[in-house]
Ligand binder design. Structure first.
Ligand SMILES: O=P(O)(O)OC[C@H]1O[C@H](O)[C@H](O)[C@@H](O)[C@@H]1O
Length: 548
C-alpha cells in the first residue's frame, strides 16, 4: 500500500491554523454585511465551465477565505493529486487500486494507463458491444424465449449498481423510450421484486444483473428469485434470452448461468459509486439510446477536462469542494442539502448520498491515524419546490445552519404556462431569503403585531450555492455528476482520506451473515451477542414460529 507523503498532518499546518483564526475573525460578518460592503461580490464570486454556472457568492466567506482555502489546497498538492488520478496511479491505497472512472468517458484517441496498459481500447470495446446490444433490444431484433420482443427491462443491483441507473433513468425520462418499462430492484425486501414484476409478462422481460463483485447478497438473492420467476413461466432454458450481466466477475456470472457473451464487463479501477457511466449504465443506454448515451459521456468528459485543466481559483469542482470543507470542517455544518429545482432530478440527492457519504464518511487519514477534524457531511435533499413546503422551515429558522446547493435549469423541458418561471422564481427567492432573512425592522414596517415579530424573524446568513445550466439534457447530467465526483475528490484530498474505499460497510454485512442462521436454526443456536441483539433475535424467532 503506497501512501502519498502529505508532510505535516493537516491540522498542524500553518494555513490550517490561519484558517481557524480567520474563521474567528469573520464570524461577526454576515452575508448581509458582506454584500453591503461589496456591491460587486456576485460578479467575482462565480465561475463557469462545461456549461454550468456556479454562483458561490452567498457563502460565509471573504476573498481572503478563498485565498486561504486555495493555499491549503496547494499545500495538499491538489493539482498533483488530480494528475495522479488521471494518470492511473493507485490513489486508493487501502485497496491498492487506481481510480480511473474518467477513462470510462474517454474519447477513442485518449490514453489512460493502468499498470502501463492503455485501458481506453477496452473501455470502447465494451461500449461498442453495449451499443450493438442496445440496438438489438430497442429495434426488437432481440427476441425472448417465445419470440416476443423485449418491452420490460429490470435492473437488479444495489448501491452503485442501482442508484446511478435509477437516478439517470429518472433524470433522462424525457429522452427515454416511452413504449418500454424500466424498473429497478435493489432491496432484499421481497416487496421490491414483487412490485417490479407483478404486472409484467416474463416473455417480454429482460433482467440486467448488475454487480461489480457478483457476490452482493441482495443482488444475488434477487437475481435467483428473478430466475425462478422467469423459469416458472418459460422453462429452464429461458435464461439465455432474458438475462444479461454487468460485472467484473466472469466466473461468478458463468456459475449463475448467464452466458459470458451476454456479460458486459468493467474493471476494478471503477468504484461502484463511480460506475454509472460504465456498463452499469446499460439500462440507461437501453432507455435513451446510443446518441443520448454518447452525449451523457461527453458531458462527463467536458467536466473532466475542466477539472484537469482549469486553474484552481476558477475550477468549479475545486471551488465547490473547498466550500464544502470550509462549511463542514471549519464552520461546523454537519449536513449539506441538495435541492434540484427539477422534478426529473428527484433521485439525484439519493445518488449523491452514496457518492459523497460513502466516499468521504471516513475517520482515518491516509497515514492511518484518526483525523482530529470533521470530514464528510451528511448529504440529503429533495426536489424544489416540494421541500419548501416541508423541511425548509428548519433551514430558514432552525438553530442549525444547513448549507445547500440549489440546482436549476434556464429552459424547461415542458414549457407550460407560468410553471417554469414560478419554479425558478422560487429557487432564486430561497437563495435570497436564506442569505438575507427578514429583520425586526422589516416586520415592524409591515405592521406585524409585536408579539409575533420574534416568531417571524428570519435571521438569514444561511449559505447557498446556486448552480445553473441551460437545460436538463444527457450532456448536462454528465457534467453535473462529474462536477460532484470531482468535488468529492477535492474534499477527500484536503481531508487526507481515502475517498475510494468503503470499509465501513463491511462489519454490518458480516454480522448479518452470522445472525441469519440464528433466526432460523433449529434447535436455537446459542446466542452470544449483547443483551439487546440477543433479545431482538429471540423476539423474531418467536414471531416466526408462531406465524408458521
Ligand atoms: O456492485 P456490487 O459489487 O454488487 O456492490 C454494490 C454496492 O455494495 C457495497 O456494499 C458497497 O458499499 C457499494 O459501494 C457497492 O456499490
Amino acid at each position: 500500500m503506497t501512501i502519498p507523503d502529505q508532510g505535516l498532518p493537516l491540522s498542524r499546518r500553518e494555513t490550517w491554523k490561519t484558517l481557524l483564526a480567520h474563521r474567528t475573525a469573520i464570524t461577526p460578518l454576515t452575508l448581509a454585511s458582506l454584500f453591503a460592503d461589496d456591491p460587486f461580490r456576485a460578479d467575482h464570486m462565480n465561475a463557469s465551465g462545461a456549461g454550468l454556472f456556479f454562483d458561490y457568492s452567498k457563502n460565509r466567506i471573504t476573498k481572503g477565505t478563498l485565498e486561504l482555502l486555495l493555499a491549503l489546497a496547494r499545500e495538499c498538492h491538489l493539482p498533483d493529486r488530480i494528475e495522479q488520478m488521471f494518470s492511473g496511479e493507485k490513489i486508493n491505497p487501502t485497496e491498492n487500486r487506481a481510480v480511473l472512472h474518467v477513462a470510462l468517458r474517454s474519447s477513442r484517441d485518449d490514453v489512460f494507463r493502468v499498470d502501463g496498459t492503455n485501458v481506453v481500447p477496452e473501455v470502447h470495446a465494451v461500449l461498442d458491444r453495449m451499443f450493438v446490444f442496445a440496438r438489438k433490444i430497442r429495434s426488437g431484433d432481440w427476441r425472448g424465449q417465445t419470440g416476443l420482443p423485449i418491452r420490460n427491462v429490470i435492473n437488479i443491483g444495489i448501491g452503485g449498481s442501482d442508484l446511478g441507473p435509477v437516478m439517470a433513468y429518472e433524470a433522462l425520462r424525457h429522452y427515454s423510450r416511452r413504449d418500454m418499462n424500466f424498473r429497478f430492484v435493489s432491496n432484499i425486501d421481497p416487496t421490491d421484486f414483487h412490485e417490479a414484476t407483478r404486472d409484467l409478462d416474463p416473455a417480454e422481460t429482460l433482467f440486467i444483473v448488475s454487480s461489480k463483485t457478483f457476490t452482493t447478497l441482495e443482488t444475488m438473492t434477487n437475481a435467483q428469485t428473478a430466475r425462478k420467476w422467469l423459469q416458472n413461466a418459460l422453462g429452464a432454458g429461458a435464461v439465455e434470452k432474458h438475462f444479461v450481466a454487468v460485472s467484473t466477475n466472469t466466473d461468478a456470472v458463468r456459475a449463475f448461468g448467464i452466458n459470458p457473451e451476454n456479460m458486459f464487463g468493467f474493471w476494478d479501477w471503477v468504484g461502484g459509486r463511480y460506475s454509472m457511466d460504465s456498463a452499469i449504465g446499460l439500462s440507461t443506454l437501453l432507455a435513451v439510446g446510443e446518441e443520448h448515451f454518447q452525449s451523457l459521456l461527453e458531458g462527463f468528459r467536458e467536466m473532466d477536462h475542466h477539472f484537469r485543466l482549469t486553474p484552481l481559483e476558477k475550477n468549479l469542482p475545486v471551488l465547490h469542494g473547498l466550500l464544502c470543507v470550509w462549511e463542514g470542517t471549519f464552520l461546523g455544518s454537519a449536513t449539506r442539502g441538495v435541492f434540484p429545482y427539477d422534478q426529473y432530478l428527484k433521485r439525484f440527492p439519493a445518488y449523491l448520498q452514496q457518492l459523497t457519504m460513502e466516499s468521504n464518511g471516513k475517520h482515518t487519514s491516509l497515514d492511518g491515524t484518526r483525523v482530529d477534524y470533521e470530514t464528510g457531511p451528511v448529504f440529503w435533499g429533495e426536489p424544489g419546490t416540494n421541500g419548501q413546503h416541508s423541511f425548509y422551515q428548519l433551514i430558514h429558522q432552525g438553530t442549525r445552519i444547513i448549507p445547500s446547493d440549489l440546482i436549476g435549469f434556464l429552459h424547461p423541458l415542458h414549457p407550460t404556462g407560468p410553471h417554469h418561471d414560478i419554479l425558478i422564481a422560487n429557487l432564486f427567492a430561497q437563495s435570497e431569503a436564506l442569505a438575507f432573512g427578514r429583520t425586526e425592522a422589516d416586520l415592524q414596517k409591515q405592521g406585524v403585531p409585536p408579539a409575533l415579530i420574534p416568531h417571524r424573524i428570519c435571521e438569514g446568513n444561511r449559505p447557498t450555492n446556486v448552480l445553473l445550466a441551460e437545460q436538463l439534457t444527457p450532456h448536462t447530467l454528465g457534467t453535473l455528476i462529474a462536477f460532484y465526483e470531482h468535488s468529492v475528490f477535492t474534499q477527500g484530498i484536503l481531508w487526507n482520506i481515502d475517498s475510494f474505499d468503503q470499509w465501513g460497510v463491511e462489519l454490518g454485512k458480516i454480522l448479518a451473515q452470522k445472525i441469519l442462521p440464528e433466526l432460523t436454526g433449529d434447535p436455537e443456536p446459542p446466542l452470544e451477542h449483547d443483551s439487546s441483539t440477543n433479545a431482538l433475535i429471540k423476539r423474531y424467532r418467536e414471531a416466526r414460529l408462531s406465524g408458521s
